[in-house]
Design a protein around this ligand. Structure first.
Ligand SMILES: CC(C)(COP(=O)(O)OP(=O)(O)OC[C@H]1O[C@@H](n2cnc3c(N)ncnc32)[C@H](O)[C@@H]1OP(=O)(O)O)[C@@H](O)C(=O)NCCC(=O)NCCS
Length: 327
């Protein structure tokens, strides 16, 4: 049974102006447009300027949400920023966002579940609002992946980009958006996707401490295509809704081949997926809100639509949320 009392009432997004195309990357490392498109589906990605940080991206995404939806955030009582690329270790990005937006009475926390961050953030926001602990929560997924990417490493620099998206989750008993969710973590596989300049081992296994994102792409790929289809079914089995009744699937936009394989294994039509991959690359916690905002802005997502969001990545972590669009 669905007990949610939380409604997603608005969505917005922002990406930095600077575009880095596959042709630009050809001039930087030994790669080519054909390889990148064939293996990942990515054509270009956005790059934050040197002076632009995750909190700046968050603020612009929220300003876009305010402008498009004629909403106020003055009475927001909790800010959750989902990110793995904070401006600082402390203060949190959420606290910086609170100050920059001048929100007077609010809690502010960062949530790090890497590329699954946004769906974890939605799960938490639904819980807080449904429990009556908060009334109006801003959930933001934003990243400056370019700041932790080694642009001499062709195996990672072609994949990642910068951007952010935001939603407002408000108390509403009549029109809740949240139907169910499912979370998972496999920290024992953490060494396959990490970023560190501190610790030199995960679970006793030694790491290369470059300060940049490092991954075993093949292992992450295999894990994602095995884990996500099962997770999607776990989200749905808590409801009376079948996969065939899902109108839109928004998987984390890591890689087109991963999305194709997930759809094939789940027998879900790829035409009903919404992605932010081709134009923005893998923006980690931002890929899902970017695709959601695009789907709403382009009029694809309509009132009554069932939308399955599924984030997966570093941790390794994953989280799925089933929504009904009720605005
Ligand atoms: C990263 C990824 C695209 C690599 O694709 P792949 O098919 O596994 O390719 P491999 O790593 O086996 O490399 C194949 C060859 O391409 C080369 N290569 C790697 N990156 C390259 C690039 N950017 N351009 C050209 N060649 C490249 C490799 O060096 C290798 O060459 P070799 O055969 O001479 O040794 C793929 O593993 C992947 O998508 N993994 C998931 C990554 C991901 O999404 N992570 C984030 C999850 S949140």
């Amino acid at each position: 049974m669905n007990n949610s009392r939380a409604q997603i009432t608005a969505v917005g997004s922002y990406v930095p102006e600077k575009i880095l195309t596959n042709e630009d990357l050809e001039r930087m490392v030994d790669t080519n447009d054909e390889w990148i498109i064939k293996r990942t589906g990515i054509k270009e990605r956005r790059m934050a300027s040197e002076q632009e940080f995750t909190s700046d991206i968050c603020v612009k995404a929220v300003e876009n949400l305010i402008e498009k939806n004629n909403k106020s955030v003055h009475d927001v009582d909790m800010i959750i920023v989902c990110t793995m690329t904070p401006d600082f270790k402390t203060p949190s990005v959420a606290a910086l966002v609170q100050a920059k937006l001048g929100i007077p009475h609010t809690g502010a926390i960062d949530l790090n579940a890497a590329c699954a961050g946004f769906t974890y953030g939605l799960h938490v926001a639904n819980g807080l609002v449904t429990a009556g602990l908060n009334k109006k929560v801003l959930v933001i997924g934003a990243e400056t992946m370019s700041k932790i990417t080694d642009f001499t490493d062709r195996t990672t620099c072609v994949l990642f980009g910068d951007g952010g998206g935001a939603v407002l989750v408000e108390y509403n008993e009549q029109y809740p958006s949240f139907l169910s969710s499912h979370l998972g973590s496999q920290g024992e596989l953490g060494k396959n996707l990490y970023c560190t300049d501190l610790s030199e081992s995960i679970n006793g296994e030694s790491l290369t401490t470059t300060g940049n994102i490092t991954q075993n792409g093949r292992e992450v790929y295999k894990w994602a295509v095995n884990t996500v289809p099962k997770g999607m079914l776990s989200v749905l089995e808590k409801t009376q809704i079948s996969l065939q009744e899902v109108d839109w699937f928004i998987p984390h936009s890591a890689n087109l081949r991963i999305i194709e394989s997930i759809c094939e294994r789940s027998q879900f039509p790829i035409e009903k997926t919404l992605k932010s991959l081709v134009e923005y690359g893998n923006t980690s916690a931002a890929t899902i809100p970017l695709a959601l905002d695009k789907g709403v802005t382009e009029g694809k997502i309509k009132r009554g639509d069932k939308i399955l969001l599924y984030g997966f990545g570093g941790g390794l972590t994953h989280a799925g949320v089933l929504l009904e669009w009720t605005v």
